[in-house]
Design a protein around this ligand. Structure first.
Ligand SMILES: [Mg+2]
Length: 172
């Protein structure tokens, strides 16, 4: 029952993701959430680290899209320097804009990865269309009250997920 909220992978941050390995496994597109995944949600522009990371990822051969539930100003301002395909007000976990982003970067369900910090929007959305999902630890905890409430529930799911991973590992 909780499985639909489980990510394919869970990692500390976007820096810990092995993009080369993902490429070798056949993945070609990455859909990034912005707030608390790439930068804290009050950071208007990407820092140099993000700009460099995006360049590196593109050099490997990936297409990148930003898929954010935040508003137009937030997303277009953040994307000014990055210049990737970007969706604002994506309404994740609804899947329509995830599909739209994949269409725009010409990837599909089999070769696209979604990276985000929220289980009920990012991970659940990605799972609904059956793409690979990577959950990262949120960058900043300075968040809206509604997100704070969700975090507690998310912690419970992560605990169940890690328990499952451990159980599966001991089987091998
Ligand atoms: Mg987020």
């Amino acid at each position: 029952m909780l499985e639909r909220f489980f990510p394919s992978e869970y990692t500390d941050s976007i820096r810990q993701i092995n993009y080369r390995k993902l490429y070798d496994e056949g993945y070609r597109g990455i859909l990034f959430d912005i707030d608390n995944t790439l930068v804290p949600y009050d950071m208007e522009h990407p820092n140099q680290e993000i700009i460099d990371l995006f360049e590196d990822i593109k050099k490997i051969g990936f297409k990148i899209a930003l898929v954010s539930n935040n508003n137009k100003i937030r997303v277009t301002t953040f994307n000014e320097k990055l210049k990737v395909f970007a969706v604002h007000k994506a309404l994740k976990p609804m899947t329509r804009n995830l599909k739209r982003a994949m269409q725009a970067i010409k990837t599909n369900k089999k070769n696209t990865v979604l990276v985000g910090d929220q289980i009920f929007t990012d991970i659940y959305g990605g799972n609904r269309i059956k793409i690979k999902t990577i959950l990262v630890v949120p960058i900043a905890e300075k968040e809206e009250w509604i997100t704070k409430i969700k975090r507690n529930t998310e912690k419970k799911i992560i605990k169940a997920y890690l328990k499952r991973v451990k159980k599966n590992e001991s089987k091998h």
